[in-house]
Design a protein around this ligand. Sequence first.
Ligand SMILES: [Fe+2]
Length: 233
Amino acid sequence: MIDQGVLYLLRKESPFFDSPIHGLKHWQTVERNAHYLASFNNADIEVLSYFAYFHDCMRENEGRDKGHGPRAAVFAKQHRDLIPLNNIQFKQLTDACKGHTYGERPDCITINTCWDADRLDLLRVGIIPKAEYLYNKEAKRIADENDFLHLNEYEVMPKFGKLNEAPAKTKKVVFDVDHTLIDEKGESVRPGIIELLKSLKDNGIELAVWTASFKARSEPILRNLGLIEYFSE
Ligand SMILES: [Fe+2]
């Protein structure tokens, strides 16, 4: 498991965070596969974990998104200060992300293990991983013997917490519209509201509106007063 702050960042920024194909579920499986393979080699499990969570985080679609690996590397660099890896580990992470779909095999057991761990989860999209596209001996064995279920018995190494540990829940604040966000006539925003909404949003709080009025009335008012952009619901 990676740092909770990084997980929070990914939850906020990754378009497919909730996708079963390229989101959190897949990342957790890649991490588990990677740690399993690392029990047979000297790959760096910290880099493996961060690769698992970053490599698909900047996908723009769930098909052939050719640039998603390099974009993930750029995203990691933009948030370097949040990622608790040393510079050598961080370079391995970004190289692994950058090349994980189209890159040449490097001479690095950690990067090769990252890529094998990702490929061992291809069954989720109906592709049977082939040994010829895998690097680790144990990964090849799994593919050759069709022993993929064996991976389910394994858990992420304890240093990173339990595989199924739930990520921190997002906090949400619900605002009433009339007399709270706006005045009684719907003509102006009440004092301090914009500053309050900005501050809550900057602190990662999800915002929602509730009203006893009709949506057809409230929505245009919130839009005209520049408030709608603050709310997700
Ligand atoms: Fe992946």
